[in-house]
Design a binder for this molecule. Structure first.
Ligand SMILES: C[S@@+](CC[C@H](N)C(=O)[O-])C[C@H]1O[C@@H](n2cnc3c(N)ncnc32)[C@H](O)[C@@H]1O
Length: 246
């Protein structure tokens, strides 16, 4: 993706204003503080995100039980669970395993679990999406991932793990913010903010064309829609939403 001169100029301006952050980042202090502060930021920002996205989430997760295995109980693994912002949308009796590489989310996760007694917690693991070795092959009905593939080191490696842990016929549900359409204002602003955004928000990229990785991951069927999320901030509006069947 080629950045125009204007993009490079505006990007440098943003970076200039964020110089103190870059300095802390260079010294390794930003990441240290960020890992502790990010869960507080997410707990705050999830309230407004869920308010705006609740209809979309409710619609997406409405058929989760179609993938329940023969015992009739849905075994669900969430990767990058964060604060547990999706718990309220999961069906009653669903058995969930939560994974996230940042253990500082745990206190928010515990609060959310206590507010959603309709769920049964199986396990909470500190793990990245790229390495789910603590989960057995073909052991879950559904994997859920929202606003995570923007931050993982390798989408390809994450999808390999998702396909490994899903039982045949199981499904991978996703909601992700992604790169805007070519020549759109969204993409223009995304290219400007991307390097600074990545440092500010725990390794998140604005310009990933995540749908391409999902389409070539090896699922038997991918049901994916591009939407403009009803959010206030233009660079984060382009989203993909859907599910893919193993
Ligand atoms: C923007 S938050 C989204 C949290 C939650 N899924 C939600 O929708 O509210 C991104 C989450 O991805 C997690 N994360 C970052 N890198 C990851 C990786 N390699 N594998 C799995 N999760 C990761 C972060 O710790 C954080 O919890």
């Amino acid at each position: 993706m080629e950045a125009s001169c204007l993009v490079l100029l505006l990007r440098s301006c943003v970076q200039f204003f964020a110089l103190p952050v870059y300095l802390l980042w260079y010294l390794g202090i930003w990441e240290l503080l960020g890992k502790k502060a990010f869960p507080y930021f997410m707990a705050w920002q999830t309230v407004s995100y869920n308010n705006k996205m609740s209809a979309k989430k409710r619609e997406l997760f409405s058929n989760l039980n179609d993938f329940a295995s023969s015992a009739g109980t849905l075994k669900l693994l969430e990767i990058g669970t964060g604060t547990g912002s999706n718990f309220q949308f999961y069906p009653r009796g669903c058995r969930i395993t939560c994974t996230d590489p940042n253990p500082n989310f745990n206190k928010f996760l515990a609060k959310n679990l206590s507010e959603n007694p309709h769920l049964q917690l199986e396990r909470c693991l500190v793990a990245t999406a790229e390495d789910l070795h603590q989960i057995s092959d073909a052991s879950v009905d559904v994997v859920v991932c929202t606003l995570v593939l923007c931050s993982v080191k390798s989408i390809e490696g994450s999808m390999r793990e998702v396909l490994r842990v899903l039982r045949p016929g199981g499904a991978f549900y996703f909601i992700e913010h992604v790169a805007g359409a070519p020549s759109s204002w969204s993409l223009f602003w995304q290219q400007i903010y991307d390097p600074t955004w990545n440092i500010l928000f725990d390794g998140c990229y604005l310009t990933r064309e995540t749908w391409k990785d999902l389409e070539k991951a090896g699922f038997s069927e991918v049901k994916l829609r591009h939407i403009q999320a009803p959010l206030n901030w233009v660079p984060a509006k382009p989203h993909i939403i859907g599910y893919a069947v193993k």
